[in-house]
Design a protein around this ligand. Structure first.
Ligand code: NDP
Length: 246
């Protein structure tokens, strides 16, 4: 697929992997739709993209709200006429041991990490089907393959995203030419750990992160690779780990 002038919605674009991906794809000529809840961050990113000659639209929204996605899609169509790609990247990782029963945090992770992806897919799918093509990229994690301390619920949400992506690909790629990719990063240096409230995990985590982690740019590069293959090529999964991660 050629990125030049393709219209790409990126959720969780206000920081980390989403922000780096928006910058990279805009540099390659894509019109990027930046969405998340923090408007100031998104506006700053839009300005940076436009200063570099790119095109961007900001639509704030919460991925857990279907009505917010309706607005994201309608404003995208109004501004850029179509949608070619969605990158379902928004996510949270408030790790905790199950016995702490932080059930509100479990529910938030299920709402954002799983339902947020389902909401994104359901919002754009009618347009992709009408276009008979496109690409859905879901950000899963190496957590889909392995448990790490305090990750019982988080890992479950990322395994759900990976398996949902596989089902989507089987249903959509042969019938409509809509490719689907699950991206599975290991530790990336971002703000993701800032939602952790369990002190036992925070203590452990600083040891775990005592290695050279990936940069958001590394994951943006993997997404760029998946998106720029010929339409006949579906990159199902990309599992990227820091060299030092076990
Ligand atoms: P960040 O915390 O930097 O980014 C998370 C993004 O998600 C933010 O832009 C945030 O924006 C957005 N977000 C959170 N909740 C919502 C919501 N309810 N509605 C809309 N947007 C929301 O972390 P990363 O860049 O690391 O995370 C991006 C993805 O990568 C996540 O899905 C994460 O699970 C995954 N991942 C990250 C890894 C890592 O080591 N960092 C490893 C493997 C996977 P805002 O607060 O403005 O709404």
């Amino acid at each position: 697929m050629k990125l030049e002038n393709s219209v790409i919605i990126i959720t969780g674009a206000s920081s980390g992997i989403g922000e780096a991906t928006a910058l990279k794809l805009a540099k390659h000529g894509a019109k990027v739709v930046l969405t998340a809840r923090r408007e100031d961050r998104l506006e700053k990113l839009k300005k940076k993209i436009e200063d570099e000659g790119g095109k961007a639209l900001v639509v704030t929204g919460d991925v857990t709200k279907k009505e917010d996605f309706e607005t994201i899609v309608s404003k995208t169509l109004e501004t850029f006429d179509t949608i070619n790609v969605i990158i379902n990247n928004a996510g949270l990782m408030p790790l905790s041991y199950v016995e702490k029963l932080k059930t509100d945090e479990w529910n938030t992770m299920i709402d954002v990490n799983i339902k947020g992806v389902l909401n994104g897919v359901s919002a754009v799918l009618p347009t992709l089907i009408k276009n008979k093509g496109g690409h859905i990229v879901n950000i899963s994690s190496t957590a889909a393959y392995q448990y790490f301390p305090g990750g019982a619920v988080y890992c479950a949400t990322k395994a759900a995203v990976k398996m949902f992506s596989e089902g989507l690909r089987k249903e959509l790629a042969p019938k409509y030419g809509i490719n689907v990719t699950s991206i599975e990063p290991g530790a990336v240096s971002t703000e993701l750990t800032e939602t952790i409230t369990d002190q036992d995990i925070l203590d452990k985590f600083s040891d775990m992160m005592n290695m050279t982690t990936l940069e958001s740019e590394d994951i943006a590069e993997a997404i760029l690779y998946a998106l720029t293959q010929p339409a006949r090529v579906n990159i199902n999964d990309i599992h990227v780990l820091p060299s030092e991660q076990q």
